[in-house]
Design a protein around this ligand. Sequence first.
Ligand code: FAD
Length: 409
Amino acid sequence: MRILILGAGPAGMTTAQGLRELAPTRSLEPDITIISGEPFPPYSPPAMADHFLTGREQSLYWLGKDVCDRLGVDYRAGVDARTVDPDGRRVVLEDGAVLDYDKLVIATGSRLYAPIDGYDLPGVYNFKSLTAARDLVEHARRGEVRSALIVGAGFIGVEVALLLNSLGLDVTMIQRRWVMPRMLDPETAGLVLDELHRRGITVLENTEAIRFVGERRVTGVELGDGQTATADACVAATGVKPNIDYLEGSGLDVDWGVRVDNRLRTNLPDVWAAGDVAETFDRLTGERFVHAIWPNARAQGEVVARDMLGYAADYEGAERMNSMKHLGLPIMAVGEAEGERELRWRRGDLLRKIFLADGRIVGFRLAGDIRGAGTYRALLLRGADVSGFGEDLLDPRFGITRCVDLVNA
Ligand SMILES: Cc1cc2nc3c(=O)[nH]c(=O)nc-3n(C[C@H](O)[C@H](O)[C@H](O)COP(=O)(O)OP(=O)(O)OC[C@H]3O[C@@H](n4cnc5c(N)ncnc54)[C@H](O)[C@@H]3O)c2cc1C
């Protein structure tokens, strides 16, 4: 059986790992080929910032540089898939190579989504891939870039700001609303903002970036009030979009991402999709979306491997979950950022917020002290009625002290 995996991120690599672990028990040793558009061993995007700061490679190449050899995978790096032909069961690569498959996994992740004019001007960088991030960091290290404007203060924007600030750049962020608006409520975001200010990063909140400006090279960003902010370089951190352009004409059912069922099968036979490229469903609400985070990509890769080998493999659904590592202030955000009722506790930079609806936890935000996160998440996923606990829920030791009550809940 020839299995072709497009993409070597956590979704594609977890699929390959799962196939190698599970296939022998089915008396199968499939031929596995993995294609990666980038010329590196499989790497972890969340580890890029740490890698650039410390030079360490262990967490960047999270499975080891030799993982494909160990898994017995034919790894072709530095070449994109150009077209998928499901009738002929073949994929054509950018270099003209034609690869036949029996089973295909689409795991090509996501790329920068920049709905703002001028994003393609030279000097506008992004941090969405190791190739793009290296480009930016190398310019900064060579001293060619001393100041940067970052459009977008979401999760990736804040990570880039912290990195560039640590590399000695003068950093300004431009953000339409408050920082990390998709992940944090305004109060928790305020703590992140304070930390950014403490490090000397300027954040222009409630500010619209109209376009990147410049003739042959970007010189700045035109703002909603008509002013233009200037810097040596600009970074677009305006969001991500599934990598699906090459699938055009393939007959795959595609909306924002590749649509899949609860076994992550696409509408075409023997074709699965997983990770940032796949449009799955929310574990709690059932709503269809692409929630581009690492744990979802890993979980989906596992489901694909199981389903391909004929094991029970219903996907439980994607979660909304994020943590902030490099800020110096631990932050954990899970589920909704509002509810019918809000439980809140704050002492300085320590903040705990739990959002409830119908007596159940629908989301929580923890800053400074993230103890209890595992308990809250478990209660949220179980849909447990926590109305009887009242403000006790806010106690960081809640899971320990009320363990018996919880088991019986
Ligand atoms: C800077 C940064 C920080 C992040 N931090 C966190 C974090 O702290 N926590 C968290 O949960 N998530 C984080 N994420 C998100 C997380 O990295 C992604 O959700 C995850 O990597 C998605 O995995 P994936 O396998 O779907 O795609 P990716 O990891 O994006 O891998 C996609 C692969 O497909 C390849 N590819 C693309 N197009 C083609 C093509 N046409 N042909 C062949 N190959 C192709 C790429 O080269 C790559 O190998 C972060 C992302 C970034 C960029």
